[in-house]
Design a protein around this ligand. Sequence first.
Ligand SMILES: Cc1cc2nc3c(=O)[nH]c(=O)nc-3n(C[C@H](O)[C@H](O)[C@H](O)COP(=O)(O)OP(=O)(O)OC[C@H]3O[C@@H](n4cnc5c(N)ncnc54)[C@H](O)[C@@H]3O)c2cc1C
Length: 501
Amino acid sequence: MAGSIIIIGAGIAGLSAGCYGRMNGYDTRIFELHDKPGGLCTGWKRKDYNIDGCIHWLVGTNPGSNFNRIWRELGALRGKEIIDHDEFFHFEGTGGKTFVMYTDVDRLERHMKELAPEDADVIEEFTGAIRALSRVDMPLPKPREVSSPLDGLKMLPKMLPIMRPMMKYRKTSMESFAQRFTDPFLHEVFTNVFNLPDFPLLGLLFTLAWLNNRDAGYPVGGSLEFSRAIENRYLNLGGQIDYKSRVERILVERDRALGVRLADGSEHRADVVVSAADGHATIFDMLEGKYVDDKIRKRYDTMPIFEPLVQVAVGVADDFAGAPHSLSFPLPSPIIVAGEERERIDVVNQSFDPTLAPEGKCVLVSTFMSNYPYWEKLYEDREAYEEEKQRIADAVVTAYEGRFPNLRGKVEMVDVATPITYKRYTNNWQGSFEGWLLTTGNMREGMIKGMDMTLPGLQGFYMIGQWVKPGGGLPPAAQSGREVMQIICHRDRRPFTTTEP
Ligand SMILES: Cc1cc2nc3c(=O)[nH]c(=O)nc-3n(C[C@H](O)[C@H](O)[C@H](O)COP(=O)(O)OP(=O)(O)OC[C@H]3O[C@@H](n4cnc5c(N)ncnc54)[C@H](O)[C@@H]3O)c2cc1C
């Protein structure tokens, strides 16, 4: 046996680290506070409906892509049908026009030119950048800690084709790009795509390139089934998971992590501790803030995060066939969430996944980014908290019935998850659903560059998951679990090996 590793958290990062640890002969044990795997990548049941809590698009679903290798090694997509949507979303403008973000770049270009021929130059520039990024299948890089300058040189030719759009747009935000359209409708669309004004345009360009390559699909069965597939792979590799096991402290002696203490007081030891749990809780609670430097403190004090969500899921006795799978429409009167007026609503029509609802029925889901302190305060008064959830649920159903009058009388189930729900179930800092938010501001300031998996002055310890991979998401989480085992194998002078089930 190569040595023992304790992993905190059975989200995608923790499960991935467990799988790669077992593939390399380590004795691995995961402690997870919840009673099931997946962390944020989860789902739950209400009445006859399965509510999906995560996957909209999953990068790496194309069997020919480089990233797909990680999903194959983790057994994540085995036997699963993948749906590649032809449309990313439909956007209905305030003036009555409809824009469709087609996933095929040629079709998208034609559609945009029909809507705004006067903006042909900007449109061609936009679709040209998508095409450039589509031509490159991002190689799986070795982690910085184990790569040599030669590895960097070898990567260079593979990266060259995307260097131009990367350099050109690295400082361009969604908002500043939207301003380049003279057509007011395209301006409205691009201002509202993610509703994050300083989000880098590159984030949208990469997403559209992956969608264009049919490499960002949806695995039928949903998020919890996806997580269970990786849990299954881990268990088949001989790994151990303890559920309902909250880690309270990381045990340290002479600046070396030796194990963990659980909430029940039991202590468990290993050669290495890997935290795949929330970054803030790991650094400031489990390690009592003893291993931080100014850079880490500044990051946690000032860097923006993806704000937590209010998710409203509505089960309807209608198959909703023919309606767009993702639609954004303006509201006749605003919905107020956490004291803020929302003038439009996005609806995901999950009828494309028959496993989520009984035949002839489907789940419609809307999410609103929201403010954690508001919900934290409200939760102190449980009655007021429940009333607020009910008020939002009613407002969403009214909005749906206004836009789709045939839904009246067909609503069978409404479920509301709040930032408190996400915090309670995953312990993520301020209930964040994806960790650090990418903005052109923090890219400019170099805040997101080189986030380390280690903490200053602490040996035998690593951090993985969305809090060390800015921008978050499932692929970076899984990749960080693989990378940490590459680093540990390198440190132990063992070759890093992988297998596929
Ligand atoms: C609504 C929604 C939609 C999303 N859509 C997508 C999408 O379409 N595509 C995509 O790629 N990503 C998406 N994401 C983001 C993605 O789910 C996350 O970035 C990713 O799952 C993070 O994985 P992780 O393993 O780093 O963290 P987590 O999932 O947070 O896992 C951490 C685990 O640690 C456990 N834990 C925490 N503290 C302790 C403790 N003290 N002791 C023991 N265990 C502990 C938690 O219970 C959890 O299981 C979405 C997220 C949400 C919520």
